[in-house]
Ligand binder design. Structure first.
Ligand SMILES: NC(=O)c1ccc[n+]([C@@H]2O[C@H](COP(=O)([O-])OP(=O)(O)OC[C@H]3O[C@@H](n4cnc5c(N)ncnc54)[C@H](O)[C@@H]3O)[C@@H](O)[C@H]2O)c1
Length: 354
């Protein structure tokens, strides 16, 4: 078991059934509920049921999908807790991807002004990204994560066993965050990511060491800047353009997964770094060749003016100015760089030509 100690909780990387039993010995809870969606009930909960007795727990199942990360589902979760007599001394375990983690954490932190919760992320994306940083929230009127708060869980249990039932697009999507962590803060992690990318991202290569090192990057950044006043913005590398491309894709017949859009965002933002003389041409070509080999979809960047309009509305931007974080060498990033419409349009055009 690998452990990453955070300020007031720890992240265990290894067998989650063992880890949860150890955790439960540390505190007496009046009641325990586990929040799952249809997929994690089918694929993840049985792995626990084989290893421990959870018959006294309340199982709360919701329908999978980002479209259910909303107030209506929260109301259902709160009502289930209330009806089952959950009090302030109870625990909610969130067993699922980022949707379950964000929404379950949000429900736990607001139910009775806050009960304990444990995050058990079951997608690669949620293991290496959503598991750290305390950001919880839900969507409103199709605006992502617009209602939420920062609260840390009591523990995070990362278990690679759960990755076995994810399909390849989900693995590739989550791997974008591993790649990003390497590029912004760890040349060693980037070098390992390149090898894994070349092998086609086999699940066997996503070992505890890799998960640990990727999570550690995010943890170290978040700990220095928990409320995203400065340094934490480097984690947005690939996300300024990527998030706009992702949102735009939802209005087309080819919606992108989050990580797929982030590969596009990283390629474009590397180009922005190059045009602003922060990256050399060779660095740009080398990094982008790897990113393109993992995921490439030129049609996703065709409607530049729509993508720019969406980018300007991003809650990370101020007034009508857009800002980006990008790498200035492998393992190092800068943030708060202003970008113009022309620069973004050029980067999207560049993406179509590489
Ligand atoms: N809080 C944060 O810091 C943070 C960071 C990144 C992303 N997020 C949020 O995370 C969400 C995206 O996360 P996600 O990609 O995990 O989405 P998700 O939770 O929707 O999971 C993706 C799909 O995989 C299924 N699934 C989950 N685990 C599985 C398993 N082990 N086997 C088979 N299927 C499984 C889910 O049911 C779902 O259909 C977004 O809502 C995003 O806003 C939050």
């Amino acid at each position: 078991m690998k452990i990453i100690d955070c300020q007031d909780y720890s992240i265990s990387i290894g067998h989650s059934a063992d880890a949860i039993q150890v955790f439960l010995k540390s505190k007496e809870y009046s009641k325990i509920a586990v929040l799952v969606d249809d997929n994690t009930r089918k694929h993840c909960l049985p792995l626990w049921m084989d290893q421990m007795d959870i018959s006294s727990w309340t199982i709360i199942e919701i329908t999978s999908g980002e479209e259910h990360k909303n107030l209506k589902t929260c109301e259902y979760i709160w009502k289930r807790l209330l009806m089952a007599g959950f009090d302030r001394h109870s625990l909610l375990i969130n067993l699922g991807g980022g949707v379950i983690g964000d929404m379950g954490g949000f429900c736990a932190s607001t139910y009775m002004r806050g009960i304990d919760f444990v995050q058990v992320p079951t997608t690669l994306l949620s293991q290496v990204d959503a598991s750290v940083g305390g950001k919880l929230g839900i969507d409103l009127e199709f605006v992502k994560n617009i209602v939420g708060l920062f609260t840390n869980p009591k523990a995070v249990l990362v278990d690679r066993q759960f990755l076995q039932t994810l399909d390849m697009p989900q693995i590739r999507s989550g791997f974008a965050e591993v790649v990003k962590h390497g590029l912004i803060a760890s040349e060693d992690l980037w070098n390992r990511s390149k090898v894994i990318a070349k092998q086609g991202i086999p699940i066997s290569a996503l070992d505890n060491e890799l998960l640990h090192d990727s999570i550690l990057v995010k943890k170290q950044v978040v700990e220095k800047d928990p409320k995203e006043k400065g340094l934490r913005k480097i984690l947005n590398f690939g996300h300024t353009v990527g998030h706009a491309v992702e949102t735009y894709s939802w209005s087309t017949d080819k919606p992108l997964l989050h990580g797929e859009a982030i590969y596009i965002g990283m390629v474009c933002e590397n180009y922005l770094a190059y045009t602003k003389r922060k990256l050399h041409r060779k660095q740009l070509d080398d990094v982008n060749a790897v990113l393109k080999s993992i995921f490439y979809s030129p049609q996703a960047t065709r409607n530049g003016s729509e993508i720019w309009k969406i980018l300007l509305k991003d809650k990370k931007n101020k007034l009508d100015k857009a800002f980006v974080a990008f790498i200035d060498q492998i393992g190092s990033a800068v943030y708060d760089i202003e970008i113009t419409r022309e620069e973004v349009m050029e980067s999207l055009f560049y993406y179509q030509k590489i």
